[in-house]
Design a protein. Structure first.
Length: 233
């Protein structure tokens, strides 16, 4: 049985990239993401900027586990405590009061990045009404000037699995699935991509090491010349 992934994998990966020395492979494996997604986060190339989520504070990882991973790049991180799966019942989604003000931002993000998703699907995912969705789309919402599109997963309005499932269904219905690279081909390329990224990092490390050695040699030579000049004087 495969290990469960964090409740917010992208936000967790962003935190691990910024706060630890774990390899991209370790972070991708723990978060259930493709290594290129993690690479994009590290290079600030991701289309969406994620607010980091601390998995230690969330109880999903321990610092001891992170230290094991940092000490051994081949080590696979073990989930300390799997996120609780919340069973949905029929009826509108309940959103905590503290999160309700974020709904318009989440709706705007979906409308911008996934226009193929229907209003009914957006309403079910975010827990809102079609009138609100229409107002945001038409820019007639009373607070439209302050609405900023933000990933609903990062905002905590839904899970990544729920968002991915709805986007996949909408894409299939719209007939645009064929335009998306299939997972099998990505899987076949995975090893080659990992090797390429590893080679790039190794080359960067070597270049930095050589530069440091050259600087050290230059400093030594300068010190030697200064000492000789002082002796002659």
């Amino acid at each position: 049985m495969s290990q469960p992934t964090p409740l917010m994998p992208h936000a967790t990966a962003s935190w691990l990239v910024d706060s630890t020395a774990l390899t991209f492979e370790q972070i991708a494996e723990f978060c259930g993401l493709h290594i290129l997604e993690v690479q994009a986060m590290a290079d600030d190339l991701a289309s969406s900027k994620y607010t980091g989520r601390d998995p230690v504070r969330a109880g999903e990882l321990t610092m001891e586990e992170i230290e094991k991973g940092q000490a051994n790049p081949a080590y696979s991180l073990k989930m300390h405590k799997a996120p609780v799966t919340v069973s949905r019942t029929k009826g509108p989604r309940y959103t905590p009061v503290s999160k309700r003000q974020d709904k318009p931002d989440g709706i705007a993000w979906i409308l911008r990045h996934h226009p193929e998703v229907s209003d009914a699907q957006v309403g079910k995912l975010i827990g809102t009404t079609r009138n609100t969705i229409a107002a945001i789309r038409d820019r007639t919402h009373w607070n439209i000037q302050n609405i900023q599109p933000k990933d609903p997963v990062t905002l905590g309005l839904c899970s990544q699995r729920e968002l991915d499932a709805i986007v996949a269904r909408a894409a299939k219905k719209a007939g645009i699935v064929d335009g998306v690279p299939d997972d099998e081909r990505l899987g076949d390329d995975r090893e080659a991509l990992i090797e390429e990224l590893r080679a790039e990092r190794d080359a960067a490390v070597r270049a930095a090491s050589e530069a440091a050695q050259e600087a050290e040699a230059a400093a030594w030579l300068e010190a030697k010349r200064a000492a000789e000049a002082q002796g002659e004087a």
